[in-house]
Structures are given as C-alpha cells and as structure tokens.
Design a protein around this ligand. Structure first.
Ligand SMILES: Nc1ncnc2c1ncn2[C@@H]1O[C@H](COP(=O)(O)OP(=O)(O)OP(=O)(O)O)[C@@H](O)[C@H]1O
Ligand SMILES: [Mg+2]
Length: 209
C-alpha cells in the first residue's frame, strides 16, 4: 500500500505538486492522467523516492520514505528518459540489473523478455533497437523481478497497436498477482480501459472526477 499524506513539492517558487493526499491499494491498477506539465512524472518520481517532497510524506507499507527507508524495497519503474545500456543486448541488460537484488533467475529474465515480444537469445545491441523495441525492454526491466509496486510513466509510448494490447494484458497479469500498478498518461483513452480507478492531475494537484 502506498499512502501519500499532504505532499507538496516546490521548485523555486512554483508548486509542481501541491497538497496531495491519496492511498493506492494493493492489487489494483490506477491511471493518473492530466495534460503535459500537470505533474504526473513528478508524482511518480516522488513515489519512487527519487524526489524528496518539500512537505508531507509518502509511506510504503507503513514505512516512511526518506526516514524509515530510502527507496521502496520492491518496485519496478519506467520513467521518461531512462537509459538502458546501449552496448549490450536485451538479456545482458537485465542480467546486469538482476545482480543488484539477486531475486530474478535466468529463466525469469528470458521469460519476461519473451513476454514483451522480444527475443531473449538475440545478440542485437540495444543501440540498434527501434524506439518501440527499447520501450518494450523498458517494460521488461520494470516487470522482471515481480515487484510489489509498478510505476509506469507513459508505458505505451512508441508501442504499436498490437503491442499496446500486450502491455495492457501484462499489466493486468501483474495486478492479478497482487501488484499495485500506477500508470501515468496524458491520454485518458489510453489507460481508462485498463484501470480500476483513474485520477486526474492538474497544475500539480489531484482533481476529483
Ligand atoms: N527538474 C525540474 N525543475 C524545475 N521544474 C520542473 C522540473 N521537472 C519538472 N518540472 C516542472 O514540473 C511540472 C510538472 O512536470 P511533469 O514532468 O511532472 O509533468 P507531466 O504531467 O509528467 O507532463 P508530460 O505529460 O509532458 O509528461 C512542470 O511544470 C515542469 O515544468
Ligand atoms: Mg511526464
């Protein structure tokens, strides 16, 4: 469970997040939508522990971020401008990441790469991937350790039509195994079919629909 209590983030003189209160429950898909610049990415970065709020607190399963814990212990993230290692193939990228936590096996890695429609045995370096292929690998990177929390910023960016259906099915699968899934998008249509709950952001605030 993720609990946000009175969270604000001020950068210079502007509130990019303003007095946000919300609780995300386990086993649900939440859609966060709002126009460009409304604060979706900032909110996800804050929940990931990458941005420290100016006021308020984020609790992950009762533990306070930046007090009890530095980062959510079990989390998978896609955030804009993230970088895979271009000089390695897909399998090697995830294998390197897997050495940090040591929870995913070689089989987990290969299965996840297959699930996103890529070839786990391909030696093609990521620098030769198309945009959509990179995004698919980003998704695999977020999912492969079966985290409790998934923060997905515009997960279907650059993904083709059949790929979008695949991403939706994968995220439903994650929810059904009990993960809390948050998806940010500027297109409500993109996420409303998938989400159990949608919330809207405007000017750094959550708006009740
Ligand atoms: N590093 C930063 N320094 C100052 N302001 C920032 C910084 N990062 C984001 N902002 C501001 O915070 C606000 C929210 O940005 P954010 O990236 O969260 O929007 P978003 O909802 O994700 O938009 P998009 O749909 O374009 O991805 C914007 O006004 C942006 O200018
Ligand atoms: Mg964004």
């Amino acid at each position: 469970m993720i609990k946000i209590v009175n969270v604000s983030k001020k950068i210079r003189k502007t509130f990019v997040l303003e007095n946000i209160n919300y609780t995300f429950e386990q086993g649900k898909i939440y859609g966060i939508f709002g126009r460009n610049g409304s604060g979706k990415t900032m909110l996800l970065r804050t929940l990931a522990g990458l941005v420290v709020p100016s006021e308020g607190e984020v609790e992950i399963d009762g533990k306070k971020l930046h007090k009890d814990i530095s980062f959510p212990p079990s989390i998978g993230v896609i955030i804009e401008n993230m970088e895979l290692l271009p000089q390695y193939d897909a399998f090697t990228n995830l294998e390197i990441l897997s050495k940090i936590k040591k929870v995913a096996t070689e089989k987990d890695i290969k299965e996840t790469i297959k699930k996103v429609g890529l070839d786990p045995d391909s030696k093609l370096k990521v620098k030769k991937y198309s945009l959509g292929m990179k995004q698919r690998l980003n998704i695999a990177q977020a999912l492969f350790e079966k985290p409790d929390i998934l923060l997905m910023d515009e997960p279907t960016n650059a993904i083709d039509e059949s790929g979008i259906k695949m991403v939706h099915d994968l995220l439903r699968e994650e929810r059904d195994r009990g993960a809390t899934v948050l998806i940010a998008s500027h297109l409500k249509e993109d996420i409303s079919v998938l989400c159990d709950t949608t919330i809207k952001m405007r000017d750094g605030k959550l708006i009740n629909e």
